[in-house]
Design a protein around this ligand. Structure first.
Ligand code: DHB
Length: 545
């Protein structure tokens, strides 16, 4: 497949932006409008084009904790929400904010060529917004209007109901989650926070306009906006590093994998995205909920024998077995080899448990236990006898690990629910149809009577638009990002461990640099090593702070 071969519509980027960065005065402790010209109240530029007005910012000073918890006084330019497309179906979501550090603890920071951290706030494939943000790290995830079915649990690690905090929002940790936007700013990076459409959005006629592929179209449009404004937008647009967690991790991975793929062209054109590349430099993805059309099988392979959290009951083992055999077939077809240096060769359903144990699970437990004071380690080991501590290493079996995790979060099938109740069914909604099947197996086993026992004809293309594995394995996309940070909690049963591990192998096998590790005993949407992440960002981008 050729990339960028199509003739993209040319979006005129006006030349109206001021020639130099605004000279602004001293540090203020409260928000202070320095310049309000150039944009209207909705944040679109006055001429309707996609020019980034670099004088349209507010100077702010905030105390922000770095990854180790030390507070710093950060003065930064805050560029309030502005549309990143010329024809937003919804500018409440298709807009972004930019934060640029000026001084940290009184010391000047020159971020003019710093990497740009593109921190999405996507969760549960729901909409996220920065429309009302007045500072960094205030993106809101809109969790209202989620389906109430059993297959659509409120993802743990998220604030319940309404807006407020979101994946990247709040003042700091939300159920253990960190605010990557704030951490990026205090680390000296330019921070861009995009809003994105999500699956719950409907227009006045009841049409769903935020379902697949809206989230990725929006993220790509945001990247194109930044690249089209090279030289105007602060930071180095050739060094965009994307971050996201869960559905946001999936979207971040997809953004990294699908750079400049032409399959999004009609959607980007329709939205009025800038005529520029949407390739990014590096990708951070925490617990990516991706490869959705294969995730039901993977889930049963991984967690199929565990009782369900909500009911305490084991799921139908016949269905589990059928799904598991689909996974075995799929996994074999991928032809993935264990990460560099792995003794495992091709990873299949047969050796996958051992591969996970050796590469990720035991090292994760070892790291956790080694860091504990001896007495606490003893206590932990006494309470968790499935682990033996041998030569300063944690040793345990797959069965021991599964019994330790104890419960699966999701019902069965986990993603394409027979009754269309999963959030992902809604993500593949279309027109006025809220939820649809996206796997042949669940369409065949549909219990709602709504569907024709087959997936709709547009589904295969939608799956490609949403799956990084398509871009990596089928397209071997040369415009993908080449640096990958992938993290997952060992107790995260929102999807199978294989989803992240396959993503890591796919990029590794293509020759990309990948840092993949697991947080011991941590659940969904956790981020235990943001300090290391920003060190990694500095390393891969060559950034010197
Ligand atoms: C998220 C969690 C899920 O379990 C899921 O199926 C989709 C998204 C999330 O936390 O974003």
């Amino acid at each position: 497949m050729k990339h960028r071969a199509v003739n993209r519509r040319s979006v005129v980027i006006g030349l109206g932006a001021a020639a130099g960065a605004a000279a602004v005065g001293g540090i203020t402790l409260t928000a202070q409008a320095e310049n309000t010209g150039g944009t209207d109240s909705a944040g679109t530029s006055a001429d309707g084009s996609l020019v980034f007005d670099r004088d349209d910012f507010t100077k702010k000073t905030e105390s922000i904790a770095d990854a180790s918890g030390t507070e710093h006084s950060v003065t930064y330019r805050f560029y309030k929400a502005r549309d990143y497309v010329t024809h937003p179906s919804d500018s409440g979501h298709q807009s972004l904010v930019v934060s640029v550090p000026v001084t940290i603890d009184g010391k000047a920071v020159d971020a003019s060529n710093a990497p740009i951290v593109l921190a999405n706030a996507v969760g549960a494939y729901m909409p996220s917004t920065v429309a009302d943000a007045t500072g960094v790290g205030q993106a809101k995830l809109e969790m209202t209007g989620m389906g109430g079915g059993t297959g659509d649990p409120m993802p743990s690690g998220m604030p319940s109901g309404g807006t407020g905090g979101g994946m990247a929002g709040g003042t700091g940790a939300v159920n253990g989650m960190v605010n990557l936007a704030k951490l990026a700013l205090v680390a000296g990076y330019v921070v861009v926070e995009p809003g994105t459409r999500g699956r719950s959005l409907t227009d006045s006629s009841g049409t769903y306009y935020g379902t697949a592929p809206a989230v990725i179209v929006d993220l790509k449009a945001a990247v194109r906006y930044l690249r089209a404004n090279k030289g105007r937008v602060p930071g180095n647009v050739e060094r965009i590093v994307s971050t996201g967690t869960s559905a946001g991790g999936a979207s971040s991975a997809l953004l990294g994998a699908s750079g400049d793929s032409e399959i999004y062209e009609p959607y980007l054109r329709q939205a009025g995205a800038a005529d520029a590349s949407d390739a990014i430099f590096a990708t951070g993805a925490w617990c990516p909920i991706t490869d959705l059309e294969h995730a039901d099988g993977a889930y049963e392979w991984n967690w199929g024998t565990l009782p369900t959290q909500s009911t305490g009951k084991t799921v139908d083992q016949n269905v589990s077995k059928e799904l598991r055999s689909q996974f075995a077939e799929y996994q074999a077809s991928l032809n993935l080899r264990g990460l560099k240096g792995s003794r495992f060769g091709k990873i299949t359903a047969r050796n996958y448990a051992d591969y996970l144990l050796e590469h990720y699970l035991r090292p994760s437990a070892t790291k956790y236990l080694a860091a504990l004071p001896a007495s606490e380690r003893e206590t932990y080991l006494a309470e968790n006898t499935f682990i033996t501590w041998q030569n300063d290493r944690a040793v345990f079996t797959w069965e021991g690990y599964l019994a330790h995790v104890a419960r699966r979060k999701k019902t069965q099938p986990a993603f394409d629910a027979f009754d269309l109740s999963a959030g992902e069914n809604n993500e593949f909604g279309e027109g006025t149809t809220k939820a649809r099947h996206f796997t042949a197996y669940s369409a065949r086993n549909d219990t709602t009577g709504l569907s024709g026992k087959r997936v709709d004809s547009d589904i295969p293309e939608k799956l490609k638009l949403m799956n990084p594995m398509f871009h990596l394995l089928e397209e071997r996309n040369p415009h993908r990002s080449r640096h990958w940070w992938i993290r997952l909690g060992t107790s995260d049963t929102d999807t199978a461990l294989t989803v992240a591990a396959n993503l890591a192998m796919a990029v590794d096998n293509l020759g990309d640099e990948v840092d993949h590790a697991y947080y011991w005993d941590k659940g969904h949407a956790t981020n235990e090593d943001p300090g290391d992440f920003f060190k990694w960002v500095a390393e891969v981008t060559g950034h010197k702070s």
